[in-house]
Design a protein around this ligand. Structure first.
Ligand code: NAI
Ligand code: MG
Length: 343
């Protein structure tokens, strides 16, 4: 599995994407090259602007570069909320095509006023199926929209194994399986059953379960009760954004998608069109995503520790970007320079 894979040459396919992807990714690479100067970078394009220029949001050359490198740093892309003929979300497609089947989304207390004391959880989100396969169609003369939800034993097994292996490795105590098997006994019921089967192999870890609505309630009411959350794609998307709020906000929320032979480091946030181009985006999520890549895929623990520590020191000294609070907010570049100075 991805956790055991330690490639020799560190090649990184960098896809900045749209909007603030183009601002936070260069910042993250600046930091990465300080702690791992041997990393070889290949750049590739994807996203809405790429779609407008090339007629595809994820060109074949980009896919090939990602396959060749086996590690990808992905910024964010803009996806329209209305149907655009031929357009698809490149990150969803990239995760599925590369079989980066588990999306790890930690939310941890950071030294900023927007972050909640004591929060330390990891959402492990299944990344390849559920409603996100995008099988949708219209019926009833356009008056009914139908989407297919797919859950398989295979995909559930691999993501559950990865969640429990990782939990064991990093010394976490509890895994909460989140689903809605009461209403969806065939799809979510299968997810629950298979996840419980895997859980039985890890008796040293406490396993419990919650319906997703109850999980959302507890996420707001008492986030400190969560350790690892294991859940299908859609619930994981939503719950991890909620968790990100406790971590201090989307600008601070990193993630890593792992598969057997691939890793995609990707901040949780999107292209943030409201602030794009202003040079004020928070690069922390992208920088910490790179730290996750170093830690969980490249096994460069010392480098990962250096990055995480530098981010903490920078934030605890009061350096911050506008998403944290406006007074004294720094630009992306100045904040990144602070992080680098603290490495
Ligand atoms: P968003 O994450 O782009 O922005 C939500 C809010 O958080 C905005 O107010 C934004 O300014 C702020 N924000 C996000 N990241 C920030 C950062 N690093 N620093 C400072 N402020 C930050 O989500 P939204 O607005 O729902 O989506 C915008 C576009 O991004 C859409 O086209 C959406 O499809 C796309 N998107 C792409 C993702 C990806 O490529 N992985 C993930 C989520 C959304
Ligand atoms: Mg999301």
């Amino acid at each position: 599995m991805g956790l055991d894979n330690q490639p020799q040459t560190l090649e990184l396919c960098v896809i900045e994407g749209d909007g603030i992807g183009r601002e936070v990714i260069p910042a993250a690479i600046d930091v990465l090259l300080r702690v791992a100067p041997d990393v070889q970078i290949r750049t590739a394009s994807a996203g809405f602007e790429c779609f407008q220029q090339n007629g595809t949001s994820l060109p074949e050359e980009t896919l090939q570069a990602a396959r060749d490198c086996t590690a990808v740093l992905f910024g964010a892309t803009s996806s329209p909320a209305y149907p655009v003929e031929g357009y698809f979300s490149p990150i969803v497609r990239l995760r599925r095509t590369l079989l980066a089947y588990a999306n790890l989304r930690p939310a941890q207390h950071l030294p900023v006023p927007t972050s909640r004391e004591g929060v330390d959880m990891l959402v492990v989100r299944e990344n390849t199926e559920d409603l996100y396969i995008g099988h949708e169609h219209m019926e009833n003369e356009g008056k009914t929209g139908i989407a297919e939800k797919v859950i398989t034993r295979e995909a559930t097994e691999r993501v559950a194994k990865l969640a429990y292996e990782l939990a064991t490795r990093v010394g976490r105590k509890k895994v909460t399986i989140v689903h809605k098997a009461n209403v969806l006994p065939k799809s979510d019921g299968l997810f629950r059953r298979v996840a419980m089967e895997i859980a039985a192999n890890y008796p040293q870890i406490i396993t419990d379960e919650l319906y997703v609505d109850t999980a959302a309630y507890w996420m707001v009411k008492d986030p400190n009760r969560f350790d690892v959350i294991l859940t299908p794609n859609l619930y994981g998307d939503i719950l991890s954004d909620m968790a990100a709020a406790w971590g201090g906000g989307l600008g601070l929320a990193p993630s890593l998608s792992l598969g057997d032979r691939v890793a995609i480091a990707e901040p949780v946030h999107g292209s943030a069109p409201d602030i794009a181009g202003k040079g004020i985006a928070n690069p922390t999520a992208a920088i910490m995503s790179v730290a996750m890549l170093l830690r969980h895929y490249w096994n460069r623990l010392e480098a990962a520790d250096r990055v995480d520590k530098a981010v903490r020191v920078t934030l605890s000294e009061g350096d911050h970007t506008v998403d944290i609070y406006t007074q004294g907010a720094m630009s992306t570049k100045d904040f990144t320079a602070s992080v680098i100075a603290n490495l």
